[in-house]
Design a protein around this ligand. Structure first.
Ligand code: PLP
Length: 385
């Protein structure tokens, strides 16, 4: 198989597995225990926390360990709004469900929610944000990079606008870490969500950056771990693995970015020149380097994924979660794509293990299967495919 769905999840790096193993075998102590086993586990967590902080330019004590991107987002949103009296919250219309669903829930609870629109590239206009900030706004959450089309938002500018009104700014950076340079101090964000399994770490672990001085309430109560902000015995092996994944992502960032760019540039230029009626979506420059998103006129994206799978290529129409429940992409809808464009979409996301040869093989298969699907397409004569 050729695996080209790295936005959904990534293979765990061999060095990450190696780093994790002792915490299953010999070092199984509870990090809260006073004895040597406990102290060892605790110091492994603190070391991982430093590595996680390092990837985004944070201090270790600004990192809250969680079970992943979804929990980090939920903790940020509920953790902030429960501290505030104001009842107006802002987000964008193209967020991941791990933001949109909590926002919808808050809306039911009586909060007024503003969903900022995007342009045809998936970009939020900071001027729109400026207009929507009210006296009663207590939180703005805008994703760093979109998980479907890869567009990167002008986060720094939106943080500046939001902070002028003393309002808290959170960003979901799950798809951005390890793909672009992120420095939380330079960006000025108050909260930032991360997930391990998107950067060659294990699943079920992540982190929330909480800028010093920003107060949040816990989602999970119990034994008081993570300074009382996230109770429950720590997932030591996975935290250690996530720490190593962050170290590798930081040490190899420039090299990985060039590798991703080389592969996606090759893919995009070959697809656009060799397959007729194909479009490349998302912003042409403001995008994460590992993502290439296409639409093929007259092709059903789900049929395309199945055909690719039969030809030993793993890709996606968009976000893994929305595909399961078969709903049209809210991201492409917000970008004003027609129904036909939405159904003909394909997301290819490369990772550190992919090669140029795999990209070339993929293009050859794509040419073949797109042709086959168009031959039986109901739009065949309408668009002269
Ligand atoms: N946010 C974004 C932008 C994502 O792409 C994802 C996962 O696909 C998540 C949040 C959820 O992260 P996790 O799978 O770690 O819960």
């Amino acid at each position: 198989m050729i695996y080209l769905d790295n936005a959904a999840s990534t293979p765990v790096h061999a060095k990450v597995i190696e780093e994790m193993m002792p915490y299953f075998k010999e070092q199984y102590g509870n990090p809260s225990s006073i004895h040597k086993y406990g102290r060892f586990a605790n110091s492994a967590i603190q070391n991982a926390r430093r590595r996680i902080a390092n990837l985004i330019g944070a201090d270790s004590d600004e990192i809250l360990l969680t079970s992943g991107g979804t929990e980090s987002n939920n903790t940020a949103l509920y953790g902030i709004v429960s501290q505030k009296n104001e009842k107006h919250i802002i987000t964008s219309s193209i967020e991941h469900d791990a933001i949109l669903e909590p926002y919808k829930h808050l809306e039911k609870e009586g909060y007024k929610v503003c969903y900022l629109p995007v342009d045809k590239y998936g970009l939020v206009d900071p001027e729109d944000l400026k207009k929507e900030l009210l006296q009663d706004t207590c939180l703005v959450s805008i994703m760093f990079a979109n998980n479907e089309v890869g567009t990167i938002q002008p986060i720094k500018e939106m943080v500046r606008i939001t902070h002028e009104k003393n309002i808290i700014f959170h960003t979901d950076a799950v798809q951005a870490i390890g793909k672009v340079v992120i420095d939380v101090k330079e960006l000025g964000v108050d909260l930032l969500s991360m997930s391990s399994h998107k950067i060659n770490g294990p699943k079920g672990v992540g982190a929330l950056y909480i800028r010093k001085g920003v107060k949040i309430s816990p989602l999970i109560l119990g034994g008081g771990q993570e300074s009382g902000l996230r109770s429950g015995t720590e997932n030591v092996a996975s935290i250690v693995g996530f720490g190593m994944a962050c170290k590798l992502a930081r040490d190899n960032l420039d090299q990985n970015i060039s590798h991703f760019k080389k592969l996606t540039n090759r893919l995009v230029s070959r697809v656009l020149s060799e397959i007729p009626h194909a479009n490349h979506n998302g912003h042409p420059e403001k995008r994460i380097p590992n993502n290439a998103h296409f639409t093929f006129l007259g092709v059903n994206g789900e049929d395309l994924i199945i055909k690719l799978d039969e030809n030993k290529i793993a890709a996606s129409t968009g976000s893994a979660c929305s595909v399961r429940i078969q709903k049209a992409s809210h991201v492409l809808k917000a970008m004003d794509f027609s129904h036909e464009q939405i159904t003909g979409s394909l997301r290819i996301t490369v990772g550190i293990t992919n090669t140029e040869q795999e990209i070339d093989e993929t293009v050859e298969v794509l040419k073949k299967v797109v042709k086959e699907l168009r031959a039986v397409s109901p739009y065949k004569s309408k668009y002269n495919l």
